[in-house]
Design a protein around this ligand. Sequence first.
Ligand code: ZN
Length: 193
Amino acid sequence: MTENQCIFCGIIAGKIPAKKVYEDSYVIAILDINPRNPGHTLVIPKDHAGTIFEMKNEDIGNVFQSVRNVAVKAINAMKAQGANIVQSNGAVAGQMVPHVHFHVIPRFANEGPVSIEAVLQVKKMNEEMLDKIAEKIESAELENPSDIEKGIEEAVERAVPEPKKPVKEKTDFSPAKKKSKKEEELEEIDFNF
Ligand SMILES: [Zn+2]
């Protein structure tokens, strides 16, 4: 999808109507057309980037300040007791529009489920697996700028925001079948990394 065909770029350019609630030099914020709660707002960086990995370094801090400001406005205006800030990268993460955006969702005391983590089932992992995962993530070199550039390049290729792109690597996250609690604790998942 080019920037010309991008729905969010169209909204930023004023060619596509939206209920705008905020704008500054870096972002616009609009009401989500499928609100999960009153005040559910999308904060959209003005500079087109597919995922957070493609954003310019110098934009990230400013954009996140704007996200915080929109969350402040939304939570106070809706008299909410909390807010989720949700940002998805890649079709497999549920990204629907291939232009980076942040969901600001006011949360209220009288609703549920409380936790956004409730969307994803808890995966049981044993000590050995957790050690392996920790080692893998920790050992990724990000010490100098060229390492960061290389890492970002790979992440951009991985987190493809266009829906229905084939995934080359197979990671089996199939949920554990109903088992006794003890068995479930020992459930292993084939991560294939
Ligand atoms: Zn765009």
